[in-house]
Structures are given as structure tokens and as C-alpha cells.
Design a protein around this ligand. Structure first.
Ligand SMILES: *Cc1c(COP(=O)(O)O)cnc(C)c1O
Length: 365
């Protein structure tokens, strides 16, 4: 039985009417840029993640840039982030004018090690960007305490963690701002690129909205030099149609993760994802560790099971960061993980039969 890594068609088929109606409404009303669908989604999403303001934008990468630009990052500033993430997190630090400073992960949760953050702080450090990687919150209490002690801002990268909670509180509500991606494969996905930045700070929200919209909120009144980073009406309408289903989809991912956990945790050599106490994981990805990862991936692939590696190289070891001259001993956990991690098929609609197939193939391997 072939098992895809993700299946966006199944989700679409399950809510086809709602999505098709949403798209038709946007076309009928010529609501392509701004307008009621974008306003509506910003309201809906802010409410869903327990924040005051949602500023929509073109994608999760722009969201990071917009948040840092609004926090007035300057050349010479250092921003601390994790060695294990998608490149947007660190690339936007550079594009906002600052220097990324990488920290190792904690060796268990794939999220940043707070002790490494503390050790990386210098007189130039202005902020921290923790990433709730794969859908598990980073250790926010410890990170917020470090930030408070050193007067640093925190931007949470929530691109993989819609609705995840830390000690009962939603991610995205801890830092000065938090960024989201609605890339089609994310837990809440558009049918194209889409993103948002959220905050409880009204002045910051207004500044971020101006930055995203050519530097002004009223046509031809440019208060600052902004960029053009807009969520379009069609994506907003699709996202609003999908948002009410997100809690159910999240629960389904969590149940699928439990099925994998109980099927895999007795197998020698397989390390199932560790979830720290009082953190709810929303399983954007279900990523195991295995000492013979490449052979395992080939075995699964040969039997029609798609897997992925997120990510084949930790950020400091990418060609883009050659200038940092990173060495394995600087990031031992992130370095070791790059050759061990394997993401298994994970989506809300995955069937128990499909999971049994994956588990059986790993067992025979
Ligand atoms: C997907 C992702 C982004 C970027 O989002 P885009 O919408 O693709 O620009 C940023 N950070 C992380 C951790 C991501 O997974």
C-alpha cells in the first residue's frame, strides 16, 4: 500500500464546498486585495490564537522580516536563533540588517537549548527567535526569563505550530510578536503562499501593517518606506474556511502520533519524538531518529512509503553560512541529528492501515 508523505487532496475533498464557495465569493466581489475576506481572516486568526492583533502578509518568511523591521533591528545587532530550523528564520535576521547567532538544540525536543541562548548573549544581542519546531513549543518560560533578564525582545516562529500550547497557553502569545506561515503543507495551509504576524502590542501591530503595505495604511499616505507583502483575498477566504476545522485536524494529528508512538517505541534503534512536560505538540511533522536513517528511508521508499528529511543540513552548516565557519562540536545535537532524523507520513487524514504499513516496514527493517 503506497503511503504519501502528506495528502492535501483528502483535506480539500472533505471541505470542498466550503473552499469552493469561498473562492467563488472572492471572485464575485472582486475582493482580490485587502477587503472583507482579509479583514475577516485577520480577526478570526487573532481570536483563534488568543492575541489582540493579526497582521496578514504574503508568507511566513516576510512575517519574520516585518516583525524584525518593526522592532527596529539595526546593523551590528545580533539575533539569537536555533541551529535547527528552516532557513527563513536566520535569513530574515540577515535581511533585516542584523547578524544571526546560532544555538544548539537541547538533544531531546529538537527545539533550542535555553542554556545555549544564555551563553550566546553579548552586548550586541537584541532579540531571540525560538522556533516551535515540528509543532512542539520551545521552552518558553526559560526563554522569556532570559529575555527579561537581558532586556531582549522575543519573536516566536510559529510556522509549524498553529494551536500548540506551552503550560496551557498558546504559542505566539509569549513574545513581543509571533510569525505564522500558511504554506499549503503547514497545519493550516492556504492554496498558495500566505503568512501572518501576531502581537498583543497595538503600536507594534500598526507599524507592522504599515511595513507590509507600502509604508502606510491610507492610500498615498506613506509614513515610512515599506514593502509589498499582502495576503490576497482568495487565500484569506480559503484560510477562513479552513480555520474552524483546525482543532479537529490538530487532534487527528495528535492521535496519529500516538499510534506511531505505540507502534514504534519498542523497536531498537528507533527514537520516537520526545515531548517535554506540559507542552502540547501539534505534529506538523512526526520525526524519528534512526542510526541508519538513509537505509531506512530507502527501505520505506522501495515499498511506496514517502518520507522526508527536515532538514538535511542544520543551518550553520549550509553553504549560505560558510562565513561562520561552524564546526560540529559547536552544535553537537543539531549536527548529529542531521544524519539521523526522518519525518514519517503525517497528515490529519492518515488512516490506521497506512500507519500500520509504515510501522510494519520499520519493524521488518
Ligand atoms: C515554513 C516555515 C517558514 C517560512 O514560511 P513560508 O510561508 O514558506 O515563507 C519559516 N519558519 C519555519 C520554521 C517554517 O517551517
Amino acid at each position: 500500500m503506497p503511503v504519501p508523505y502528506a495528502d492535501l487532496q483528502l483535506q480539500y475533498q472533505s471541505i470542498k464546498r466550503e473552499v469552493d464557495d469561498a473562492i467563488a465569493g472572492v471572485i464575485r466581489e472582486n475582493s482580490f486585495i485587502r477587503g472583507p475576506y482579509v479583514d475577516g481572516f485577520e480577526r478570526d486568526f487573532a481570536q483563534a490564537v488568543d492575541v489582540k492583533h493579526c497582521v496578514s502578509c504574503a508568507n511566513g518568511t516576510d512575517a519574520l522580516y516585518i516583525a524584525m523591521a518593526a522592532l527596529k533591528v539595526q546593523p551590528g545587532d545580533e539575533v539569537i536563533t536555533t541551529a535547527h530550523s528552516w532557513i527563513s528564520t536566520s535569513a530574515m535576521i540577515t535581511h533585516a540588517g542584523a547578524t544571526p547567532v546560532f544555538c544548539d538544540t537541547d538533544g531531546a525536543t529538537y527545539t533550542v537549548d535555553p542554556a545555549a541562548i544564555e551563553a550566546a548573549i553579548t552586548s550586541r544581542t537584541v532579540g531571540i527567535i525560538p522556533v516551535h519546531l515540528y509543532g512542539q513549543p520551545a521552552d518558553m518560560d526559560t526563554i522569556m526569563a532570559i529575555a527579561a533578564r537581558h532586556k531582549l525582545w522575543v519573536i516566536e516562529d510559529c510556522a509549524q505550530a498553529h494551536l500548540a500550547r506551552y503550560k496551557g497557553r498558546q504559542v505566539g502569545t509569549f513574545g513581543q510578536a509571533a510569525t505564522y506561515s500558511f504554506y499549503p503543507g503547514k497545519n493550516l495551509g492556504a492554496m498558495g503562499d500566505a503568512g501572518a504576524v501576531v502581537t498583543n502590542d497595538s503600536a507594534l501591530a500598526e507599524h507592522m501593517a504599515m511595513l507590509a503595505r507600502h509604508g502606510g495604511l491610507i492610500k498615498h499616505q506613506h509614513q515610512i518606506e515599506g514593502i509589498n507583502s499582502r495576503l490576497d483575498g482568495m487565500q484569506a477566504a480559503i484560510l477562513s474556511a479552513k480555520l474552524p476545522h483546525l482543532p479537529v485536524w490538530t487532534k487527528a494529528r495528535q492521535q496519529a502520533a500516538e499510534v506511531y508512538n505505540s507502534g514504534l517505541n519498542q523497536i531498537d534503534d528507533v527514537t520516537v519524538p520526545a515531548v517535554a512536560a506540559e507542552r502540547s505538540h501539534v505534529y506538523h511533522l512526526y520525526t524519528i531518529k534512526h542510526p541508519r536513517r538513509d537505509a531506512l528511508a530507502a527501505h520505506l521508499g522501495a515499498h511506496g512509503v514517502q518520507t522526508a528529511i527536515n532538514y538535511p543540513s542544520a543551518l550553520p552548516f549550509l553553504a549560505a553560512y560558510r562565513r561562520l565557519k561552524a564546526r560540529p562540536e559547536h552544535f553537537p545535537n543539531a549536527y548529529q541529528d542531521q544524519s539521523r532524523i526522518l519525518s514519517l507520513p503525517m497528515f490529519a487524514e492518515i488512516s490506521r492501515e497506512q500507519q500500520a504499513e509504515v510501522i510494519g516496514l520499520i519493524r521488518t527493517f
